[in-house]
Design a protein around this ligand. Sequence first.
Ligand code: GLU
Length: 481
Amino acid sequence: MKVKTRFAPSPTGSLHIGSIRTALYAWLFARHYHGKFILRIEDTDSLRSKSISVASILRGLKWLGIDWDEGPYFQTKRLERYKEVIQTMLEQGSAYKCFCSPQKIERERIEQISRGEKPRYSRTCRELKQQKSISEKYVVRFKNPLFGQVTFKDKIRGKITFNNKELDDLVIQRSNKIPTYNFCVVIDDLDMGITHVIRGEDHINNTPRQINILQSLRAKIPVYAHVSMIFDENGKKFSKRNHAMDIIKYYEEGFLPEALLNYIVRLGWSFGNQEIFNVSEMQELFTLDSISKSSSIFNMQKLLWLNRYYLHHLPTKYISKIFENYMSRININIKNGPDLKYLLELFKGRYHTLKELAQSCKYFYEDFESFDKIAADKYLTKNNYDILKNIYKKIKKMSIWKIEELSLIMNSLLIEFNIKIKDINMLLRVVLTGNMYSPNISSVMFLVGKKKILLRLKKAIYFIENENSNKNFSKNEILSI
Ligand code: GLU
């Protein structure tokens, strides 16, 4: 049997971590067994389905590299097929038209609740011999078996049994002739040859109803695997209803797909104590047997840790391509500064996200607005004025741009002004970056480049002369001091 799985989101909200995990597990399972993975958009609920959510689903999956072999199928494009099956079921007597008005159903519901009973359709129309006039409004209901049990062996949770007595005669076609979710899922899974249904545990209660419909159609029952919930850091269910973040926001926050996939796969699945998995390892090792029954808790710190790990360990060439796109998205023109691969080498392992990294190395590409107040108060002082002028002169005179040359200049300053290396480094950090943090200052100077260094030295000198006013000089304003 060739494995075939599917991801079947309803486009009623954005794609979040919970739904991505379902997609990832179904995808990995299919890939592990060299089977097929399909994407199906369950959009029959016209009031809640939105094209913006479809876009979010497609964009998120593409970004993460979760590719599908068939689809995307849209249930709204398969209405004819559902109609055809409903007609057959009506003819064969496994479904029936129900003419009860919504008011009657609501009255019954209230009465049942007041008697302490579980509300359920009273089945008034189930054995109705006489068909009403065509114009009358009706829904179509499935004739659920009245006795017996439905049992299935969930791959994650083991044997689950429901009593048919507990199940309602489900509406499979609404009065507007649109079929309902539970019916479409069944027909799709059947028509598309789905062998394994991997989905959230919130669908466990739907499973016996779906199995009953499948059995009435004499269809093969797929294997079910219901994955446990994910809770956010405050213990709330992670779902689109409580505004879980759209997966694409993780891209905007500077996460790498590798880190996110690695993080998500471990939310409920394990392989010994291993924490780091690349995609091919996931595909190789993933089975449904090691999925945990217990719920998981989203932990941002762990995700950040993984992202930093991947920023550090993936090949610089690869990260630099991704970083280049990221920089252009946030409008930093990398043509104005050093090749990103040099920066990545310099900043390796320092930051958790591309966003942090981009913010911290912006000064290589564009001038900063103003000096950080604390840094300026400490270093851009009258005492340092002569030192800055001296550095300016020396750098201006440099004809070969080399780190060694820059180090020589710094050393000469130590002797000339009798200051400590630590202080000169900090002073230059403030001048070049606007604040007190940067990697090795000689490398920073080398990469910032002569022109920008001179401009920023001028800015610092101006700042001291004009009692702490910030001014950015244009490139043509490099005058000799
Ligand atoms: N469309 C359903 C949802 O988004 C999933 C259906 C299924 O996987 O069977 O929750």
